[in-house]
Design a protein around this ligand. Sequence first.
Ligand SMILES: O=C(O)CCC(=O)C(=O)O
Length: 269
Amino acid sequence: MIAELKKNEYEISESQSAKFWRDGHILLRGLADAEEIERFQPAIKNAAEKYSTETRKLAERDTYGKAFLQIMNLWRVDEEVKRFVFAKKFAQAAADLLGVEKVRLYHDQALFKEPDGGHTPWHQDQYYWALDTEKTITMWMPLVDISDETGMLTFASGSHEKGALGSLAISDESEQTYAKYIAENDFPIAKAGSMRAGDATFHLGWTIHSAGANLSKTKTREVMTVIYYADGARITPPENQNQINDIEAWMGGKTVGEPADSELNPILN
Ligand SMILES: O=C(O)CCC(=O)C(=O)O
């Protein structure tokens, strides 16, 4: 029997949505409860381990490779993970924060930062996405209790207001460039001191963000993410090779100018 995620809604207040749009990110405590995490953490962990294609030792990888094991669209290969990713409660929170009626799935991804794993460089997610909306949002949910020691997601508050800031993939170059830009623009840096499994942050596609290294020798930072965008978005002409790859991988055969509404991108709320 496949475990169901509870249907109870998580109320987003107008002031939370306003804060989200002011800062470009927000922390929601207890979005998934302990029972839900107990049910779904093993399924996500097993699927992430089963479908990870990384075989190199940490020392052999570049900065991006050291940052995390990244296993995408697990909903397509595991029915239990699909229940989690398709949870209305999560999608409705995303829609309420964005202030839109309906959101679609871009893709999910498990981001497991291994013991001794490196930092995640400063970057903007939407550099990768060929969509004609700024109403894009990522839910980032630890499946285990985490502290700063294992790599907390960290935001440059208000940086989303600047929109696209150059053509930079996640790299040493994005780290250096955005660190300088953040200092020059005095964006406040925000991160939670700790997060319980089931707490979640949400951030906009243009918010500059990063994460620390995993300094623990034994603990993996198990995080599951789901990326959503406002229904009605269309595919824009790709501006870099990563956007070409993303259209091919995640847009289900839809092409430039078409609504991003393929079967890989269902409405989830
Ligand atoms: O988990 C991390 O280390 C980075 C996550 C991230 O950049 C994202 O979810 O957009």
